[in-house]
Design a protein around this ligand. Structure first.
Ligand SMILES: Nc1ncnc2c1ncn2[C@@H]1O[C@H](COP(=O)(O)OP(=O)(O)OP(=O)(O)O)[C@@H](O)[C@H]1O
Ligand SMILES: [Mg+2]
Length: 244
C-alpha cells in the first residue's frame, strides 16, 4: 500500500480549473519531486493533500485512510506536515521557541502539564535543531537568521511532530547556491524517517536529490517517473523548452 494516494483530484476556483483529474502516489521513504511551470497547480495539489484546500473532486488516501474531507489538524495528527511557500516563523521568538511552539501545537493540551512531557519536548527540539544544523543558532531570534537558515527553521518546525510525510513548497526559493547545496544535504538523510514531496523550480537541485518526479502542466499530470525517464520524456522537454 502506498503512503499517499491521490486519485483523480480536481480543484476548481470559480471558472478556473487548477487541478484536473490528478493521480499522485507517494511511496514510503520516497523523495518525490513535483515540478512544472508557474501556475501549473503544484501548490494547489500540496494544499489539497494537507487540507488547506478541499478538492472539488477525487479522493485522497493517506496510510490507507480516506482523508479527502479531513481537517488540516486531523491530517497533521495522522502524520502529514506542510511547509508553505510563504514564511510562517515568529521573527521575535528564538529559534528554540519557534520549534517548541510548533511541537506544542501538535501535542494534546493535557500532556503539556506533565514535566516529563516538557523534558521530552526539550529532547525533541534539540534533536531536530541538530538534524537541521541549527543547534548553534538555538538562542538567536528568528529575525536575525539568514534567509537559508529561516527556511531550515521552517523545515524543523514542520518536522517537529515526526510526520510520516513532509510536503515542502519551494524550500530553496531565494537561497544562494551554497544554501541550496546544504539544503539537499539536509533533506536526503531525513527520508529514513519520513517521505518527502518537494516542489522546486531548480531542476539541477531536484535531479540531485529525488527518486521520482511528477511533472504538472496546466493542472494535469504530464508525466511521472524516475529522473532518467523524465529527462528523456519528449512531452516534458517540449513544455520546458517552449513555456519555462
Ligand atoms: N485561492 C485561489 N483562488 C483562485 N485561483 C487560484 C487560487 N490558488 C491558485 N489559483 C490559481 O490556480 C492555478 C494554479 O496555482 P498554483 O499556485 O497551484 O500554481 P503553482 O504551480 O504552485 O505555481 P508557482 O510555480 O507560481 O508557485 C493558477 O492559475 C492560480 O492563479
Ligand atoms: Mg506554487
Amino acid at each position: 500500500m502506498a503512503l499517499l494516494e491521490a486519485a483523480a483530484v480536481t480543484k476548481a476556483f470559480g471558472q478556473l480549473t487548477a487541478l484536473s483529474s490528478v493521480d499522485f502516489v507517494v511511496e514510503e521513504g520516497q523523495l518525490h519531486g513535483l515540478i512544472g511551470p508557474n501556475g501549473s497547480g503544484k501548490s494547489t495539489l500540496l494544499k489539497c493533500i494537507a487540507g488547506a484546500e478541499l478538492p472539488s473532486g477525487g479522493r485522497i488516501h493517506f496510510r490507507g485512510r480516506d482523508i479527502t474531507q479531513a481537517t488540516p489538524a486531523e491530517r497533521a495528527r495522522a502524520g502529514l506536515s506542510l511547509k508553505f511557500q510563504v514564511t510562517s516563523v515568529f521573527p521575535e521568538l528564538s529559534v528554540y521557541d519557534n520549534v517548541l511552539l510548533a511541537l506544542q501545537a501538535r501535542s494534546p493540551l493535557t500532556a503539556l502539564t506533565f514535566s516529563r512531557t516538557r523534558a521530552d519536548l526539550h529532547g525533541r527540539v534539540m534533536e531536530i535543531l541538530g538534524e537541521l544544523r541549527l543547534l548553534d543558532r538555538a538562542a538567536a531570534t528568528a529575525a536575525v537568521l539568514s534567509h537559508g537558515e529561516q527556511q531550515w527553521l521552517e523545515i524543523a518546525m514542520a518536522l517537529a511532530s515526526r510526520p510520516q510525510l513532509l510536503l515542502l513548497d519551494e524550500p530553496t526559493g531565494g537561497m544562494s547556491l551554497e544554501e541550496r547545496r546544504a539544503t539537499g544535504e539536509l533533506l536526503v538523510p531525513l527520508r529514513q524517517s519520513c517521505s518527502i514531496v518537494i516542489v522546486e523550480h531548480d531542476l539541477d537541485f531536484i535531479r540531485e536529490i529525488c527518486d521520482v518526479l511528477t511533472v504538472l502542466d496546466q493542472g494535469r499530470v504530464l508525466e511521472t517517473g524516475t529522473v532518467e525517464q523524465i529527462q528523456r520524456s519528449r512531452k516534458v522537454q517540449e513544455v520546458y523548452l517552449t513555456r519555462v
